[in-house]
Write a protein of this length. Structure first.
Length: 466
Protein backbone atom coordinates (compact mmCIF):
# COMPACT_ATOMS: atom_id res chain seq x y z
CA UNK A 1 0.00 0.00 0.00
CA UNK A 2 2.84 2.40 0.85
CA UNK A 3 4.36 1.87 -2.58
CA UNK A 4 1.00 2.63 -4.21
CA UNK A 5 0.64 5.88 -2.26
CA UNK A 6 4.20 6.94 -3.11
CA UNK A 7 3.68 6.13 -6.78
CA UNK A 8 0.43 8.08 -6.84
CA UNK A 9 2.06 11.08 -5.17
CA UNK A 10 4.94 11.00 -7.66
CA UNK A 11 2.47 10.81 -10.55
CA UNK A 12 0.43 13.77 -9.26
CA UNK A 13 3.56 15.85 -8.72
CA UNK A 14 4.94 14.94 -12.12
CA UNK A 15 1.68 15.75 -13.93
CA UNK A 16 1.42 19.15 -12.24
CA UNK A 17 5.06 19.90 -13.10
CA UNK A 18 4.53 18.93 -16.74
CA UNK A 19 1.35 21.02 -16.81
CA UNK A 20 3.29 24.03 -15.51
CA UNK A 21 6.07 23.55 -18.07
CA UNK A 22 3.46 23.15 -20.81
CA UNK A 23 1.85 26.45 -19.79
CA UNK A 24 5.27 28.16 -19.94
CA UNK A 25 5.81 26.72 -23.43
CA UNK A 26 2.37 28.03 -24.41
CA UNK A 27 3.22 31.54 -23.19
CA UNK A 28 6.53 31.62 -25.05
CA UNK A 29 5.76 29.79 -28.28
CA UNK A 30 1.95 29.76 -28.62
CA UNK A 31 1.96 25.92 -28.71
CA UNK A 32 -1.19 25.09 -26.69
CA UNK A 33 -0.49 23.05 -23.57
CA UNK A 34 -3.49 20.86 -24.39
CA UNK A 35 -1.50 18.88 -26.96
CA UNK A 36 1.37 18.25 -24.55
CA UNK A 37 -0.95 17.09 -21.75
CA UNK A 38 -2.98 14.76 -23.97
CA UNK A 39 0.18 13.20 -25.40
CA UNK A 40 1.47 12.71 -21.84
CA UNK A 41 -1.72 10.81 -21.05
CA UNK A 42 -1.31 8.67 -24.17
CA UNK A 43 2.26 7.81 -23.13
CA UNK A 44 1.20 6.93 -19.57
CA UNK A 45 -1.82 4.94 -20.76
CA UNK A 46 -2.03 3.18 -24.14
CA UNK A 47 1.69 3.40 -25.00
CA UNK A 48 2.82 2.09 -21.61
CA UNK A 49 0.17 -0.65 -21.76
CA UNK A 50 1.49 -1.80 -25.15
CA UNK A 51 4.78 -2.59 -23.39
CA UNK A 52 3.01 -4.45 -20.60
CA UNK A 53 3.24 -1.55 -18.13
CA UNK A 54 -0.10 -0.67 -16.50
CA UNK A 55 0.36 2.58 -14.60
CA UNK A 56 -3.34 3.34 -14.18
CA UNK A 57 -5.70 0.33 -13.92
CA UNK A 58 -8.90 0.41 -15.97
CA UNK A 59 -11.08 0.13 -12.86
CA UNK A 60 -9.43 3.24 -11.40
CA UNK A 61 -10.26 5.20 -14.56
CA UNK A 62 -13.85 3.94 -14.44
CA UNK A 63 -14.20 5.12 -10.83
CA UNK A 64 -12.55 8.49 -11.48
CA UNK A 65 -14.44 9.37 -14.68
CA UNK A 66 -17.75 10.58 -13.12
CA UNK A 67 -15.94 12.74 -10.56
CA UNK A 68 -13.51 14.27 -13.04
CA UNK A 69 -16.30 14.98 -15.53
CA UNK A 70 -18.56 16.63 -12.95
CA UNK A 71 -15.74 18.76 -11.53
CA UNK A 72 -14.55 19.78 -14.99
CA UNK A 73 -18.03 20.82 -16.14
CA UNK A 74 -18.67 22.67 -12.89
CA UNK A 75 -15.51 24.74 -13.24
CA UNK A 76 -15.97 25.27 -17.00
CA UNK A 77 -19.36 26.88 -16.49
CA UNK A 78 -18.43 28.70 -13.28
CA UNK A 79 -15.46 30.21 -15.12
CA UNK A 80 -17.68 31.00 -18.09
CA UNK A 81 -20.19 32.85 -15.95
CA UNK A 82 -17.47 34.61 -13.97
CA UNK A 83 -15.83 35.97 -17.13
CA UNK A 84 -18.97 36.70 -19.16
CA UNK A 85 -19.63 40.42 -18.89
CA UNK A 86 -23.24 40.97 -19.94
CA UNK A 87 -22.54 44.61 -20.81
CA UNK A 88 -19.93 43.51 -23.38
CA UNK A 89 -22.33 40.94 -24.82
CA UNK A 90 -25.10 43.53 -25.23
CA UNK A 91 -22.68 46.04 -26.76
CA UNK A 92 -21.50 43.53 -29.39
CA UNK A 93 -24.79 41.64 -29.67
CA UNK A 94 -25.34 41.76 -33.47
CA UNK A 95 -21.94 40.39 -34.44
CA UNK A 96 -21.95 37.89 -31.55
CA UNK A 97 -25.37 36.57 -32.54
CA UNK A 98 -24.28 36.14 -36.14
CA UNK A 99 -20.73 34.85 -35.70
CA UNK A 100 -21.05 32.82 -32.49
CA UNK A 101 -24.57 31.43 -32.77
CA UNK A 102 -24.48 30.78 -36.52
CA UNK A 103 -21.07 29.09 -36.31
CA UNK A 104 -22.25 26.95 -33.40
CA UNK A 105 -25.52 25.90 -35.04
CA UNK A 106 -23.91 25.11 -38.40
CA UNK A 107 -21.18 23.11 -36.66
CA UNK A 108 -23.71 21.11 -34.64
CA UNK A 109 -25.74 20.31 -37.76
CA UNK A 110 -22.66 19.61 -39.89
CA UNK A 111 -21.11 17.20 -37.40
CA UNK A 112 -24.50 15.56 -36.82
CA UNK A 113 -24.96 15.01 -40.57
CA UNK A 114 -21.56 13.30 -40.84
CA UNK A 115 -22.24 11.17 -37.76
CA UNK A 116 -25.59 10.05 -39.16
CA UNK A 117 -24.60 9.54 -42.80
CA UNK A 118 -21.07 8.13 -42.38
CA UNK A 119 -21.01 6.49 -38.94
CA UNK A 120 -24.65 5.40 -38.82
CA UNK A 121 -25.51 7.15 -35.55
CA UNK A 122 -29.19 7.73 -34.66
CA UNK A 123 -30.23 11.34 -35.43
CA UNK A 124 -30.40 12.60 -31.83
CA UNK A 125 -27.10 10.94 -30.98
CA UNK A 126 -25.55 12.68 -33.97
CA UNK A 127 -26.88 16.03 -32.74
CA UNK A 128 -25.50 15.25 -29.27
CA UNK A 129 -22.05 14.66 -30.76
CA UNK A 130 -22.40 17.92 -32.71
CA UNK A 131 -23.17 19.80 -29.49
CA UNK A 132 -20.14 18.25 -27.81
CA UNK A 133 -17.83 19.44 -30.60
CA UNK A 134 -19.66 22.68 -31.38
CA UNK A 135 -17.62 25.27 -29.48
CA UNK A 136 -14.12 26.66 -29.28
CA UNK A 137 -11.98 26.46 -26.13
CA UNK A 138 -11.62 29.56 -23.98
CA UNK A 139 -8.37 28.17 -22.56
CA UNK A 140 -6.87 28.02 -26.06
CA UNK A 141 -8.46 31.06 -27.69
CA UNK A 142 -8.21 33.69 -24.95
CA UNK A 143 -4.58 32.92 -24.17
CA UNK A 144 -3.57 33.31 -27.82
CA UNK A 145 -5.84 36.15 -28.98
CA UNK A 146 -4.61 38.70 -26.46
CA UNK A 147 -1.08 38.63 -27.96
CA UNK A 148 -2.06 38.88 -31.65
CA UNK A 149 -1.90 41.95 -33.89
CA UNK A 150 -5.59 42.18 -34.74
CA UNK A 151 -8.33 44.73 -34.06
CA UNK A 152 -9.83 45.06 -30.59
CA UNK A 153 -13.28 44.21 -31.96
CA UNK A 154 -12.01 40.93 -33.40
CA UNK A 155 -10.34 40.08 -30.09
CA UNK A 156 -13.62 40.79 -28.28
CA UNK A 157 -15.67 38.67 -30.69
CA UNK A 158 -13.32 35.67 -30.47
CA UNK A 159 -13.06 35.93 -26.68
CA UNK A 160 -16.82 36.12 -26.17
CA UNK A 161 -17.34 33.29 -28.68
CA UNK A 162 -15.07 31.02 -26.65
CA UNK A 163 -16.89 31.83 -23.39
CA UNK A 164 -20.42 31.71 -24.81
CA UNK A 165 -19.97 28.48 -26.79
CA UNK A 166 -18.77 26.65 -23.67
CA UNK A 167 -22.20 27.41 -22.21
CA UNK A 168 -24.06 26.64 -25.45
CA UNK A 169 -22.33 23.27 -25.75
CA UNK A 170 -23.21 22.20 -22.21
CA UNK A 171 -26.81 23.43 -22.29
CA UNK A 172 -27.48 21.86 -25.71
CA UNK A 173 -25.87 18.57 -24.69
CA UNK A 174 -27.96 18.46 -21.50
CA UNK A 175 -31.12 19.12 -23.52
CA UNK A 176 -30.34 16.30 -25.98
CA UNK A 177 -29.55 13.91 -23.13
CA UNK A 178 -32.92 14.78 -21.57
CA UNK A 179 -34.63 14.00 -24.89
CA UNK A 180 -32.83 10.65 -25.19
CA UNK A 181 -33.69 9.69 -21.60
CA UNK A 182 -37.37 10.11 -22.41
CA UNK A 183 -37.26 7.09 -24.70
CA UNK A 184 -38.36 6.81 -28.33
CA UNK A 185 -42.08 7.33 -27.62
CA UNK A 186 -41.99 10.18 -25.10
CA UNK A 187 -44.16 13.20 -26.11
CA UNK A 188 -42.14 16.23 -27.17
CA UNK A 189 -44.10 18.55 -24.86
CA UNK A 190 -43.31 16.37 -21.85
CA UNK A 191 -39.61 16.37 -22.66
CA UNK A 192 -39.63 20.14 -23.22
CA UNK A 193 -41.41 20.77 -19.92
CA UNK A 194 -39.01 18.44 -18.12
CA UNK A 195 -35.97 20.30 -19.43
CA UNK A 196 -37.70 23.63 -18.73
CA UNK A 197 -38.13 22.57 -15.11
CA UNK A 198 -34.44 21.65 -14.91
CA UNK A 199 -33.54 25.06 -16.32
CA UNK A 200 -35.81 26.97 -13.91
CA UNK A 201 -34.54 25.07 -10.85
CA UNK A 202 -30.94 25.72 -11.88
CA UNK A 203 -31.64 29.40 -12.62
CA UNK A 204 -33.40 29.94 -9.29
CA UNK A 205 -30.82 28.16 -7.12
CA UNK A 206 -27.81 29.64 -8.91
CA UNK A 207 -29.28 33.15 -8.84
CA UNK A 208 -30.46 33.00 -5.24
CA UNK A 209 -27.19 31.59 -3.92
CA UNK A 210 -25.19 34.07 -6.00
CA UNK A 211 -27.10 37.11 -4.73
CA UNK A 212 -26.97 35.80 -1.17
CA UNK A 213 -23.24 35.26 -1.49
CA UNK A 214 -22.74 38.85 -2.67
CA UNK A 215 -24.05 39.96 0.71
CA UNK A 216 -22.48 37.33 2.95
CA UNK A 217 -18.99 37.50 1.46
CA UNK A 218 -18.58 41.17 2.31
CA UNK A 219 -17.51 40.26 5.84
CA UNK A 220 -14.72 37.78 4.97
CA UNK A 221 -13.84 39.75 1.81
CA UNK A 222 -10.10 40.08 1.36
CA UNK A 223 -9.40 37.26 3.81
CA UNK A 224 -7.20 34.34 2.65
CA UNK A 225 -10.12 31.89 2.93
CA UNK A 226 -12.69 33.91 0.98
CA UNK A 227 -12.20 32.01 -2.27
CA UNK A 228 -12.15 28.62 -0.56
CA UNK A 229 -15.51 29.52 0.95
CA UNK A 230 -16.76 30.34 -2.54
CA UNK A 231 -15.50 26.99 -3.87
CA UNK A 232 -17.23 25.22 -0.98
CA UNK A 233 -20.49 26.98 -1.81
CA UNK A 234 -20.00 26.04 -5.48
CA UNK A 235 -19.72 22.33 -4.65
CA UNK A 236 -22.72 22.50 -2.30
CA UNK A 237 -24.75 24.36 -4.94
CA UNK A 238 -23.92 21.73 -7.56
CA UNK A 239 -25.12 18.95 -5.25
CA UNK A 240 -28.25 20.87 -4.16
CA UNK A 241 -29.25 21.56 -7.76
CA UNK A 242 -28.89 17.89 -8.70
CA UNK A 243 -30.91 16.79 -5.65
CA UNK A 244 -33.65 19.34 -6.42
CA UNK A 245 -34.01 18.03 -9.97
CA UNK A 246 -31.97 20.74 -11.66
CA UNK A 247 -28.56 20.74 -13.34
CA UNK A 248 -25.51 21.33 -11.17
CA UNK A 249 -23.51 22.58 -14.15
CA UNK A 250 -26.15 25.13 -15.15
CA UNK A 251 -26.53 26.32 -11.56
CA UNK A 252 -22.74 26.78 -11.39
CA UNK A 253 -22.92 28.95 -14.51
CA UNK A 254 -25.66 31.18 -13.07
CA UNK A 255 -23.74 31.44 -9.79
CA UNK A 256 -20.62 32.55 -11.66
CA UNK A 257 -22.66 34.93 -13.83
CA UNK A 258 -24.03 36.70 -10.74
CA UNK A 259 -20.59 37.02 -9.16
CA UNK A 260 -18.97 38.14 -12.41
CA UNK A 261 -21.58 40.86 -12.99
CA UNK A 262 -21.76 41.91 -9.35
CA UNK A 263 -21.47 45.65 -10.01
CA UNK A 264 -24.48 45.80 -12.33
CA UNK A 265 -26.53 43.56 -10.04
CA UNK A 266 -25.69 45.61 -6.94
CA UNK A 267 -26.64 48.79 -8.79
CA UNK A 268 -30.09 47.37 -9.54
CA UNK A 269 -30.69 45.87 -6.12
CA UNK A 270 -30.67 48.94 -3.89
CA UNK A 271 -30.37 46.95 -0.70
CA UNK A 272 -27.09 45.47 -1.92
CA UNK A 273 -25.82 48.82 -3.17
CA UNK A 274 -25.49 50.23 0.36
CA UNK A 275 -21.85 49.58 1.14
CA UNK A 276 -20.99 48.52 4.64
CA UNK A 277 -18.17 50.23 6.38
CA UNK A 278 -14.92 48.55 5.38
CA UNK A 279 -16.67 46.51 2.68
CA UNK A 280 -15.06 45.95 -0.71
CA UNK A 281 -16.14 44.53 -4.01
CA UNK A 282 -16.35 40.76 -4.27
CA UNK A 283 -13.60 38.70 -5.91
CA UNK A 284 -10.41 40.69 -5.44
CA UNK A 285 -7.25 39.99 -7.44
CA UNK A 286 -6.04 37.27 -5.07
CA UNK A 287 -9.28 35.35 -5.45
CA UNK A 288 -9.14 35.58 -9.25
CA UNK A 289 -5.55 34.33 -9.24
CA UNK A 290 -6.49 31.39 -7.04
CA UNK A 291 -9.40 30.60 -9.34
CA UNK A 292 -7.00 30.56 -12.30
CA UNK A 293 -4.64 28.18 -10.46
CA UNK A 294 -7.44 25.83 -9.44
CA UNK A 295 -8.79 25.80 -13.00
CA UNK A 296 -5.24 25.06 -14.21
CA UNK A 297 -5.11 21.97 -11.98
CA UNK A 298 -8.52 20.74 -13.15
CA UNK A 299 -7.77 21.10 -16.85
CA UNK A 300 -4.25 19.64 -16.46
CA UNK A 301 -5.54 16.42 -14.95
CA UNK A 302 -8.52 16.15 -17.30
CA UNK A 303 -6.46 16.39 -20.48
CA UNK A 304 -4.02 13.80 -19.15
CA UNK A 305 -7.06 11.67 -18.33
CA UNK A 306 -8.31 12.04 -21.93
CA UNK A 307 -5.01 10.65 -23.18
CA UNK A 308 -5.16 7.80 -20.66
CA UNK A 309 -8.56 6.58 -21.88
CA UNK A 310 -7.65 6.75 -25.58
CA UNK A 311 -8.47 3.24 -26.81
CA UNK A 312 -8.98 3.27 -30.59
CA UNK A 313 -7.94 -0.04 -32.12
CA UNK A 314 -8.01 -1.62 -35.54
CA UNK A 315 -9.01 -5.01 -34.17
CA UNK A 316 -12.64 -5.96 -33.78
CA UNK A 317 -15.82 -4.32 -35.12
CA UNK A 318 -16.44 -0.64 -34.35
CA UNK A 319 -20.24 -0.60 -34.89
CA UNK A 320 -20.11 2.12 -37.53
CA UNK A 321 -21.94 1.78 -40.82
CA UNK A 322 -23.08 3.81 -43.80
CA UNK A 323 -25.48 3.32 -46.70
CA UNK A 324 -23.38 5.40 -49.08
CA UNK A 325 -22.27 3.28 -52.08
CA UNK A 326 -18.62 2.18 -52.08
CA UNK A 327 -18.13 3.46 -48.54
CA UNK A 328 -20.44 0.73 -47.25
CA UNK A 329 -17.68 -1.77 -48.05
CA UNK A 330 -15.86 -0.29 -45.03
CA UNK A 331 -18.72 -0.83 -42.58
CA UNK A 332 -17.64 -1.69 -39.01
CA UNK A 333 -13.99 -0.92 -39.74
CA UNK A 334 -11.45 1.51 -38.33
CA UNK A 335 -11.05 3.05 -41.80
CA UNK A 336 -14.68 4.20 -41.90
CA UNK A 337 -14.45 5.51 -38.33
CA UNK A 338 -11.36 7.58 -39.14
CA UNK A 339 -12.96 8.80 -42.38
CA UNK A 340 -15.92 10.05 -40.37
CA UNK A 341 -13.64 11.91 -37.97
CA UNK A 342 -11.72 13.49 -40.85
CA UNK A 343 -14.96 14.65 -42.49
CA UNK A 344 -16.14 16.13 -39.19
CA UNK A 345 -12.89 18.06 -38.90
CA UNK A 346 -13.12 19.32 -42.49
CA UNK A 347 -16.73 20.37 -41.87
CA UNK A 348 -15.72 22.36 -38.79
CA UNK A 349 -12.89 23.95 -40.77
CA UNK A 350 -15.12 24.87 -43.73
CA UNK A 351 -17.72 26.47 -41.46
CA UNK A 352 -15.03 28.56 -39.72
CA UNK A 353 -13.69 29.79 -43.05
CA UNK A 354 -17.19 30.66 -44.30
CA UNK A 355 -18.31 32.62 -41.23
CA UNK A 356 -14.93 34.37 -40.92
CA UNK A 357 -15.15 35.59 -44.52
CA UNK A 358 -18.70 36.88 -44.03
CA UNK A 359 -17.86 38.70 -40.79
CA UNK A 360 -14.64 40.15 -42.21
CA UNK A 361 -16.49 41.39 -45.31
CA UNK A 362 -19.44 42.93 -43.45
CA UNK A 363 -17.25 44.58 -40.78
CA UNK A 364 -14.51 45.72 -43.16
CA UNK A 365 -11.77 43.67 -41.51
CA UNK A 366 -8.30 43.21 -43.06
CA UNK A 367 -7.07 39.77 -44.23
CA UNK A 368 -5.07 39.32 -41.00
CA UNK A 369 -8.24 39.49 -38.90
CA UNK A 370 -10.04 37.11 -41.27
CA UNK A 371 -7.23 34.55 -41.03
CA UNK A 372 -7.21 34.67 -37.24
CA UNK A 373 -11.00 34.34 -37.04
CA UNK A 374 -11.04 31.05 -38.90
CA UNK A 375 -7.92 29.49 -37.39
CA UNK A 376 -9.25 30.07 -33.85
CA UNK A 377 -11.10 26.76 -33.94
CA UNK A 378 -9.30 24.85 -31.18
CA UNK A 379 -11.53 22.60 -29.05
CA UNK A 380 -10.63 21.92 -25.44
CA UNK A 381 -11.91 21.06 -21.99
CA UNK A 382 -15.63 21.42 -22.74
CA UNK A 383 -15.43 18.92 -25.63
CA UNK A 384 -13.37 16.49 -23.55
CA UNK A 385 -15.66 16.65 -20.53
CA UNK A 386 -18.89 16.50 -22.53
CA UNK A 387 -17.65 13.44 -24.43
CA UNK A 388 -17.60 11.63 -21.07
CA UNK A 389 -20.81 13.13 -19.66
CA UNK A 390 -23.43 10.91 -21.39
CA UNK A 391 -21.78 7.83 -19.88
CA UNK A 392 -21.39 9.07 -16.29
CA UNK A 393 -24.99 10.02 -15.44
CA UNK A 394 -27.25 7.66 -13.49
CA UNK A 395 -29.38 6.86 -16.55
CA UNK A 396 -26.35 5.09 -18.03
CA UNK A 397 -24.58 3.73 -14.95
CA UNK A 398 -27.73 2.58 -13.09
CA UNK A 399 -30.79 2.68 -15.40
CA UNK A 400 -34.00 2.58 -13.37
CA UNK A 401 -36.78 3.40 -15.86
CA UNK A 402 -37.69 2.20 -19.35
CA UNK A 403 -36.39 5.51 -20.70
CA UNK A 404 -33.10 5.01 -18.89
CA UNK A 405 -32.78 1.47 -20.27
CA UNK A 406 -33.39 2.78 -23.78
CA UNK A 407 -30.75 5.47 -23.22
CA UNK A 408 -28.21 2.93 -21.93
CA UNK A 409 -28.74 0.44 -24.75
CA UNK A 410 -28.56 3.19 -27.37
CA UNK A 411 -25.29 4.73 -26.17
CA UNK A 412 -23.42 1.74 -24.70
CA UNK A 413 -21.72 0.74 -28.01
CA UNK A 414 -20.57 4.35 -28.54
CA UNK A 415 -18.79 5.06 -25.25
CA UNK A 416 -15.23 4.59 -26.52
CA UNK A 417 -16.09 6.18 -29.86
CA UNK A 418 -17.21 9.46 -28.30
CA UNK A 419 -13.97 9.82 -26.34
CA UNK A 420 -11.83 8.87 -29.34
CA UNK A 421 -13.66 11.33 -31.62
CA UNK A 422 -13.16 14.10 -29.05
CA UNK A 423 -9.49 13.12 -28.77
CA UNK A 424 -8.84 13.42 -32.52
CA UNK A 425 -10.93 16.57 -33.04
CA UNK A 426 -9.19 18.35 -30.16
CA UNK A 427 -5.75 17.48 -31.54
CA UNK A 428 -6.66 18.41 -35.13
CA UNK A 429 -8.35 21.72 -34.30
CA UNK A 430 -5.68 22.78 -31.81
CA UNK A 431 -3.07 21.87 -34.42
CA UNK A 432 -4.76 24.13 -36.98
CA UNK A 433 -4.89 26.95 -34.42
CA UNK A 434 -1.20 26.58 -33.62
CA UNK A 435 -0.04 26.46 -37.24
CA UNK A 436 -2.54 29.09 -38.38
CA UNK A 437 -1.47 31.64 -35.76
CA UNK A 438 2.18 31.16 -36.72
CA UNK A 439 1.26 31.57 -40.40
CA UNK A 440 -0.77 34.72 -39.72
CA UNK A 441 2.00 36.33 -37.65
CA UNK A 442 4.53 35.40 -40.33
CA UNK A 443 2.38 37.05 -43.02
CA UNK A 444 2.04 40.22 -40.94
CA UNK A 445 5.80 40.37 -40.37
CA UNK A 446 6.47 40.01 -44.09
CA UNK A 447 4.02 42.83 -44.83
CA UNK A 448 5.44 45.08 -42.07
CA UNK A 449 8.99 44.14 -41.00
CA UNK A 450 8.98 46.94 -38.40
CA UNK A 451 6.25 45.05 -36.51
CA UNK A 452 8.63 42.20 -35.70
CA UNK A 453 8.82 41.21 -32.06
CA UNK A 454 9.69 44.24 -29.97
CA UNK A 455 11.90 44.41 -26.93
CA UNK A 456 10.14 42.94 -23.94
CA UNK A 457 7.60 41.02 -26.03
CA UNK A 458 8.11 37.31 -25.35
CA UNK A 459 5.92 36.14 -28.23
CA UNK A 460 8.05 34.61 -30.98
CA UNK A 461 7.36 34.76 -34.68
CA UNK A 462 7.65 31.33 -36.25
CA UNK A 463 8.46 30.63 -39.84
CA UNK A 464 5.22 29.84 -41.61
CA UNK A 465 4.47 27.89 -44.77
CA UNK A 466 5.79 29.43 -48.01
Amino acid sequence: MAVDVITAFLAVGGIIAVGFLASIIFERTRIPDIMILILLGVILGPVAASFGIVLVPAFALAVATPFLTAIALMFILFDGGLNLQLARVVKNLPIIVFHTVSTFLMTVLGVALIAIAILGYPPLVGVLLGAILGGTSSAVVIGIVRTLRISDETKTVLTLEAVVTDVLCVVTALAIIALLRGGPDAPAWMLASSFGLVFLVSLFLGGAVGIGWLVLLRRPEGKPVSYMLTVGVLFALYAAAEIAGGSGAMAAFVFGLVLGNRTAIEARLKSLARKRRGGTLLLDDRIKKFQAELSFAVRTFFFVFLGLVFTVSGSGPLFVSTRIPYLDALNNTLALFLAGILLMFLTILAIRVLTARIVAYTRGKPPSDRRVMWVMMGRGLAAAALASLPFTISAFTAPATPGDLYYHDLLAPLKAQFLDIAFFIILLTVGVTTIGVAWSERALTRADPSARTRKGDRTRVWPGPP
